[in-house]
Write a new protein. Structure first.
Length: 282
């Protein structure tokens, strides 16, 4: 099975800490924070889903029990089971490739019970509506099986600098949309800010990986655009300690990628961009 996510060769790889449908729990609590502060910190889960083990991210507010689901790429039942104690307010899609969207149908039906929205950047609508063709092309699914795919319509247009919130007004979790074209025309990253901590978290989709970047040999992709997106939208605006959860594979930080990513590393205040042949990996 071919992978449409990317992961260019060039960096030292490491295995994902959670595989085979397991759930990784992420903490943004600092060691010095008081116990009462930690009870208000978000609940963050990573579920590798679908045949390409897309990192589906669930971020929930423990007080309002509202949550955001990012990139439900498959295994909708498992995602819903993890969300059973929460109200899905937003389903956010980083980009329209099939391995990031195939669980939307089951989730959207549940999200609508709480007026939840399904968000995608309009520039990737052509990919989203061609989900059946993507599945058939990348997974060699039969035409009849692919034709049965029927994803729900999106009802929230994502745009650069759009900010969404969950939780109570005085202590809300906010997410800011960064339009980061390159892997696809409508690729987006999501920057989360949490009450009670200065720690930020970036859901980078298939734009930035641990030691790598997304593929740019696919319809609508652009090598120069992805390098510019990473340099100008991520490296220049986010702190080095920002935790990065990519669309596939292990977590990293902005600082780590600035220092060691062979495609976009920063040395002496200069971003070095390297282009090499793309290797398809999972």
């Amino acid at each position: 099975m071919e992978c449409c996510c990317g992961g260019r060769s060039g960096g030292t790889s490491r295995s994902h800490p959670v595989r085979g449908g397991g759930v990784e729990v992420v903490s943004v609590a600092g060691e010095s924070q008081k116990k009462e502060q930690k009870t208000t910190l978000p609940h963050i889960f990573i579920l590798p889903v679908g045949p390409l083990q897309c990192n589906c991210i669930i971020i929930a507010d423990p007080l309002s029990l509202e949550c955001i689901v990012i990139d439900p790429g498959g295994n909708a039942d498992a995602i819903l089971a993890q969300c059973k104690d929460y109200k899905i307010k937003y389903i956010l899609i980083t980009h329209g490739h099939f391995d990031h969207i195939m669980g939307t149908q089951g989730l959207q039906e549940t999200a609508k019970q709480h007026n939840g929205k399904l968000g995608l950047h309009p520039a990737d609508s052509f990919l989203y509506t061609a989900a059946a063709l993507q599945v058939q092309s990348f997974t060699h699914t039969s035409p009849d099986a692919a034709a049965a795919i029927n994803l729900p319509d999106t009802d929230l247009d994502l745009a650069d600098d759009l900010t969404l919130t969950i939780g109570h007004t005085t202590a809300s979790i906010s997410v800011r949309v960064l339009h980061t074209p390159g892997h696809s025309p409508g690729s987006c990253c999501f920057v989360f800010t949490f009450p009670g901590t200065r720690q930020q978290l970036l859901a980078s989709g298939d734009t930035l990986f641990f030691g790598s970047i997304g593929r740019t040999d696919l319809p609508g992709s652009d090598t120069q655009a992805i390098l510019t997106s990473i340099r100008d939208k991520l490296f220049k605006t986010l702190g080095d300690n920002t935790v990065v959860i990519p669309g596939h594979g292990p977590r990293t930080t902005i600082g780590h990628e600035k220092a060691s990513n062979p495609f976009v590393r920063v040395t002496n205040s200069t971003t070095h961009s390297t282009t090499q042949s793309t290797t398809t990996t999972t």
